[in-house]
Design a protein around this ligand. Structure first.
Ligand code: ADP
Ligand code: ZN
Ligand code: ZN
Length: 817
């Protein structure tokens, strides 16, 4: 007997699921993990069925499930479990967790259309013939007429323009004149021509193949397999006419194929490097393979210096997972990296680019939904993606790889505030899979777990082919200033380095960690600085847009000519950002070809590809950019990496400042000297003695780790304690203060119960997006104690009228700022 009620997780900021009745007509359709449409207050919402219940709660009126969206449930049982875990671990509203896990709901709008049935068509003809339909209302007649005019098909958006209530449509559907169809195809599906070698052996009387024909045969038959026409033309260097002739002669076959959204021009001419593994790669891969033989959960940390060939180990591991009949997820920290790793995976795991799905936030909703369902339907067995790809609905998961596991971008900085790496580990555990974390500079927590035996440690200590690590040098900006009495973002030494690069026709990467032109605007006369109207943050000057902008809330304002406070003319811009640096470089190196990569220059996937492609292809000499540059890329002709300032991250008032600085410097140093040319790195700083910088210069992870671990132990920070950051916030300052006080009273009852509660204090970002913010920091050697205290606190808020949205909980925060 199927259940009559179900609990549905809805995307609302409440920490419970809601009970709905399942009408008898839907009883067979509602499954665990199905997406359903339900009435909520005055709206319809899409939620996920998380549980069946037999006896509903009595105190409230139970409403009906309105519609079931999925034929097969969107979420697998394992993903449902994972979602519940996230909700309880991160104290996040369960419905918002599931919203983050689900594909975009495009079916509701983009894919549904209203069509006339056969009976409907007959009716439409009657209407046309002027017949009066007595048992149809004028509204219904109008729907039928409109459908006839539109050749029997109407989208929902055109329907809504008719301003006829849906009830009339529903009546027509019930009586069988009209149908609502769900078309599975996305809207803009492009096709391409694919060419393959025919495979027939040439008969003795046909003439032997010409040289170019041989080349085409080799490409299509042995090297790469069937190829899209443009790609073939480019690789073989032949004309379209020649291919057409060969098609006529029956040497080739062709067919039309829909273009995979994951497939893009970036792949043209790409064939994956096929290296045989060196000894340390072999050893690391051997350890992963052994895990598979055991077929049980385990976490492995692949600690390999930059350029040690970790990607190769990942790819073999994925291959091995596939060979065991399993599926795999590869998480990368940046959208740009999904392109690099994605195309390697496609090259490895299918000449037709089947079997690999790419998921990231720069895809349109329709693209993302399509990729998502390709995975859910079992058409893709490998998923490459950013953070949320950890929720990819693969079944039979064998391997989750987290590349550059230390990256902050794995942490979602909005509800649910989960960490992709940690969720990957929990998912691997639920699915009995292997989690493989890779990094040159593992997070403190991760390395600690690896040395304490919780994870298995795999080490690759040198670069492939015994290439040496880049030479890292410090440019002491204090000395520079004493010599030149100028502050230029580009020191003399860096200038020389770049000049040498240009001369030897190699490439330079310049890292700067602020975007915009100047990140501070100050009045020299009265000291006032330009602050955001909504946040306690200085505004950044963007020259190209000629605006001051807030990088936190998007607020913008005109650039002041005089000081708004004292009217003086001495408005001063300082703090060099990437836009300014680019301009500066153009002045200092007039002939150089310079590109810039930051969030202002690359907003789309195409722009990423263009800039990265241009640099990789040698069309640029210098690439300037923010953090985005530091990660993972394998540019072969880079001989110089310049870091404009190591201090901007080092000076942050945050317990991870040293760790982050060390990681960033080591990562970016790792971009130099990856080919046959030796690399050189110049780091500009005012703090040359700091251990984070010293150890980055030596690229000595262990030395840094030991010192930092000591500091963490002394200060009782992770990995020795668990942390939670709690922010109480409201646009009304009085409320924010009052609620912080109440919460403080609650926390004080728990004194001496194993959690230290610091605060309330004004948060480092005291105002953000118009909200005033107060902060508590909770510390305990045992995380479960924090969780318990906090769930108590949230319940306390409910009872005491403190809105749930006013209390933000961040478990295992990356930053306390
Ligand atoms: P990492 O991710 O560890 O920084 P990559 O995986 O990007 O390093 O590899 C660095 C470079 O070395 C790549 O160009 C890769 O093709 C190459 N490579 C990988 N393995 C080998 C090998 N066994 N022999 C030669 N080159 C290799
Ligand atoms: Zn002033
Ligand atoms: Zn702002």
């Amino acid at each position: 007997m199927p259940a009559e009620y179900c609990n549905v997780a809805l995307p609302v900021p409440l920490r419970t699921a809601f009970t709905y009745a399942i009408p008898s007509t839907l009883r067979g359709e509602v499954q665990l993990g199905s997406r359903v449409v339900v009435p909520f207050r005055k709206k319809s919402l899409v939620g996920v069925v998380v549980e069946f219940v037999n006896t509903p709660p009595t105190e409230t009126k139970i409403r009906d499930v309105a519609k079931v969206l999925d034929l097969i449930p969107a979420l697998t049982p394992k993903l449902l479990q994972l979602g519940q875990w996230i909700a309880s671990y991160y104290l996040a509203p369960v419905g918002e967790v599931f919203r983050a896990m689900l594909p975009p709901v495009t079916e509701l709008t983009a894919r549904r259309q209203i069509v006339l049935t056969e009976a409907g068509k007959a009716l439409a003809n009657d209407v046309k013939a002027g017949k009066f339909l007595s048992d149809f209302s004028p509204n219904e007649t109008e729907v039928i007429e409109t459908l006839r005019e539109r050749k029997g098909v109407l989208t929902f958006s055109s329907y809504s323009k008719l301003r006829i209530e849906l009830a009339f449509l529903r009546r027509l559907v019930k009586r069988g004149y009209v149908e609502v169809q769900e078309s599975v195809e996305g809207r803009k599906r492009k096709v391409q021509t694919v060419i393959a070698w025919n495979g027939r052996e040439p008969s003795p009387e046909t003439k032997p193949l010409a040289e170019k024909e041989q080349r085409i045969r080799a490409l299509l038959e042995t090297e790469l397999g069937a190829l899209p026409l443009p790609q073939l033309l480019k690789l073989a260097g032949v004309s379209r006419a020649m291919i057409e002739r060969m098609l006529r002669d029956g040497l080739l076959d062709s067919w039309e194929e829909t273009i995979d959204p994951a497939d893009d021009p970036f792949d043209v001419g790409y064939s994956a490097p096929a290296h045989s593994l060196n000894e340390s790669q072999e050893r690391a891969f051997g350890a992963v393979r052994t895990r598979f033989e055991f077929g049980e959960f385990g976490v492995q940390l692949l600690h390999g210096v930059t350029g040690s060939g970790k990607t190769e180990v990942y790819l073999r591991s994925v291959q091995d997972a596939l060979a065991h009949g399993k599926t795999a997820i590869v998480l990368v920290p940046e959208i740009a990296l999904t392109l690099w790793i994605g195309r390697q995976c496609r090259a490895w795991f299918g000449a037709q680019f089947e079997g690999v799905a790419v998921l990231h936030s720069a895809l349109s909703d329709v693209e993302r939904a399509r990729e998502w369902w390709r995975v859910r339907n079992g058409q893709a067995r490998v998923v490459v993606g950013t953070r949320s790809a950890v929720f990819a609905p693969l079944e039979n998961l064998g391997l989750v790889i987290v590349d550059e596991e230390q990256e902050n971008s794995f942490k979602q900085e909005e509800t649910p505030r989960y960490h992709g790496r940690d969720v990957a580990i929990v998912r691997a555990k639920l699915e009995n899979a292997v989690a493989l974390l890779g990094s040159a500079t593992p997070a403190m927590e991760t390395y600690h777990n690896a040395t304490s035996g919780k994870y298995e440690l795999l080490t690759m200590a040198s670069r492939v082919e015994n290439r040496s690590l880049a030479m890292v040098e410090i440019v002491d900006l204090r000395e520079e200033f004493q010599q030149t009495h100028q502050t230029s973002p580009i020191s003399k030494k860096l200038h020389q380095g770049i000049a040498e690069c240009l001369q030897s026709q190699t490439q330079a990467l310049i890292l700067i960690n602020r975007r915009g032109y100047s990140w501070s605007v100050l009045c020299r006369s009265c000291g006032a600085s330009a602050q955001c109207a909504n946040c306690s943050i200085s505004l950044t000057y963007h020259k190209s847009r000629n605006r001051l902008e807030c990088h936190y809330c998007g607020y913008t304002q005109a650039v002041p000519k005089t000081c708004p406070k004292c009217d003086s003319k001495y408005v001063y811009f300082f703090g060099v950002g990437s836009e300014h640096l680019e301009e500066r470089l153009r002045k200092e190196f007039p002939g150089a070809r310079i590109g810039r990569l930051d969030r202002d220059t690359v907003r789309t996937k195409q722009q990423y590809q263009e800039t990265l492609g241009a640099f990789a292809g040698g069309a640029l000499d210098i690439l300037v950019g923010t953090q985005m540059l530091a990660k993972g890329h394998d540019f072969r002709r880079v001989t110089l990496v310049g870091v404009i300032s190591a201090d901007s991250s080092l000076n942050l008032p945050d317990f991870r400042a040293a760790e982050r600085t060390f990681q960033l410097l080591t990562q970016v140093a790792g971009r130099a000297g990856r080919g046959d040319l030796p690399g050189r790195v110049l780091i500009q700083t005012y703090n040359p003695e700091h251990y984070a910088i010293q150890d980055a210069v030596r690229q000595d992870y262990l030395s840094f780790y030991e010192k930092e671990l000591h500091f963490r132990r002394m200060m009782a920070y992770p990995p020795f304690t668990s942390l939670a950051n709690v922010i109480v916030r409201d646009t009304n300052l009085d409320y924010a203060i009052r609620w912080s006080r109440r919460l403080s009273e609650y926390f004080s009852q728990s004194d001496g119960k194993g959690v230290r509660v610091l605060g309330p204090a004004s948060a480092p970002l005291a105002r953000l997006k118009k909200e005033h913010r107060f902060q508590f920091v909770l510390k305990s050697p045992r995380r479960s104690v924090i969780t318990k205290l906090l769930s108590g606190a949230l319940a306390f808020c409910d009872v005491n009228g403190i809105p749930q949205t006013a209390v933000m909980v961040d478990m295992d925060p990356l930053t306390l700022m």
